[in-house]
Design a protein around this ligand. Structure first.
Ligand code: ADP
Ligand code: MG
Length: 399
């Protein structure tokens, strides 16, 4: 990564103002944290800073309070969970930059950890208001961005604050950029991308960018239906975005002209209704019955995709190959998840639903990297600059 990290600066005796992404799923009624993966993912950075004599002021958002105080979206339960994980107290302010925040930060000792209130309670956060950024900057001597999942947003706590403090990446941010970077810059070949998910419109940019990077592109999920229809296949009542047919044709043409092996499903698991209990039937791709819809890739497609994945040295997977939430239509995604778990390739998994699937299967530890940032990983794979990364200090060349 061409950005400085916490390892490149002296943090001893300093207050590190750290943006984390603790936007975890919570049970609305009980305020119980349903999955603390994102909290655990920030532990290496917090531990490093404390071990090197810094105190740590954490900021995060939770949900979409839209610039207002929403009691259900307070961070106290998250601070409590973090305190358990760190086995130290983590006092949590009841405001973002007001008297409570000042008191909590002022009471901190070296090695201490404290948390500000949900930054999106402040209207200035999502507007990247320089006033709010300045107020936040007053809580630190250095700024650390470890919130990869929010790095595609230019907000006060993710980008604006970097104008007022020396700004570096945390260890999670570094790991995310390092692994996703292995796909788009000088990858170890052959590199294969598997792109699935619901809508082609949300991933057309990724498809296009990856065409210039990968050797093989395997497509599944709802988005494959638009590509199939663009190729003249009758996909029945499948999810098709007719407005994307031209772009889909352009992707096919570009793959051909670049010599990228673009693979589409050869068979499918279809159903008459979009429902978990719909009766599944496996058909060849040119035999989708009228009025039926494609809800998963079929076994022949899985075999063909596995054959293309076998020689890969680098694999990136974003988006399930079928409606993986429903067991009857999860088989393609599950088979590929298992195949990749046993693959010697560097496998990088991104995308909210894809990550949820491999986590549920207990396979997450088997891959080189499972991204914590859905939207951010997509924008990165589209080749876009992430504002939260761009705002950080550049590493000096040659070091
Ligand atoms: P990710 O979050 O991993 O990036 P997406 O958000 O793009 O993935 O898409 C995930 C959704 O795509 C899942 O909810 C899944 O049900 C849906 N999906 C996958 N295949 C199909 C299909 N054939 N038809 C309709 N929806 C599909
Ligand atoms: Mg998703």
């Amino acid at each position: 990564m061409n950005k400085k990290t916490i390892r490149d600066i002296d943090v001893h005796g300093k207050r590190a103002l750290v943006r984390v992404d603790f936007n975890v799923p919570m049970d609305k009624a009980t305020h119980r944290i349903l999955d603390d993966t994102r909290i655990r993912a920030a532990l290496p950075t917090i531990a490093y800073l404390r071990e090197h004599g810094a105190s740590v002021v954490l900021m995060s958002h939770l949900g979409r309070p839209d610039g207002k105080v929403v009691d259900d979206l307070r961070l106290a339960p998250i601070a409590a969970r973090l305190a358990e994980l760190l086995a130290v107290p983590v006092p949590c302010a009841t405001d973002v930059a007001g008297p409570s925040a000042h008191a909590v930060v002022a009471a901190m000792k070296p090695g201490g950890v404290a948390m500000l209130e949900n930054v999106r309670f402040e209207r200035g956060e999502e507007r990247d208001d320089p006033e709010l950024a300045k107020q936040l900057a007053a809580f630190g001597d250095v700024y650390v961005n470890d919130a990869f999942g929010t790095a595609h947003r230019a907000h006060a706590s993710t980008a604006g604050v970097a104008a007022y403090l020396p700004a570096v990446a945390g260890l999670l941010m570094e790991k995310e950029i390092d692994y996703l970077g292995r796909v788009v810059s000088d990858p170890v070949r052959p590199v294969v991308a598997i792109i699935g998910g619901a809508k082609i419109s949300t991933k057309i940019g990724v498809l296009r960018h990856l065409l210039s990077k990968v050797d093989v592109l395997l497509v599944g999920g709802g988005m494959a239906s638009t590509l199939l229809k663009a190729q003249g296949v009758d996909v029945g009542a499948s999810l098709v975005e007719d407005g994307q047919l031209d772009d889909a044709r352009a992707v096919v043409a570009e793959a051909a002209s670049r010599g990228v092996g673009l693979a589409l499903p050869q068979d499918a698991v279809v159903a008459e209704r979009f429902a978990a209990d719909a009766q599944p039937r496996t058909v060849g791709i040119d035999a989708v019955p009228p009025g039926w819809m494609i809800l998963d890739v079929g076994p022949e497609t899985v075999r063909a995709y596995e054959a293309k994945l076998a020689p890969a040295k680098t694999v990136v997977w974003n988006g399930p190959l079928g409606v993986a939430e429903w067991p009857a239509f999860a088989q393609g995604s599950v088979a590929v998840a298992r195949f990749l778990a046993a693959s010697p390739a560097t496998v990088i998994i991104g995308g909210g639903e894809t990550v949820a699937l491999v986590t549920e299967l207990g396979l997450a530890p088997k891959y080189a990297h499972v991204s914590t940032g859905g939207g951010a990983s997509l924008e990165f794979l589209e080749g876009r600059t992430l504002p939260g990364v761009a705002a950080l200090l550049d590493r000096e060349p040659g070091r």
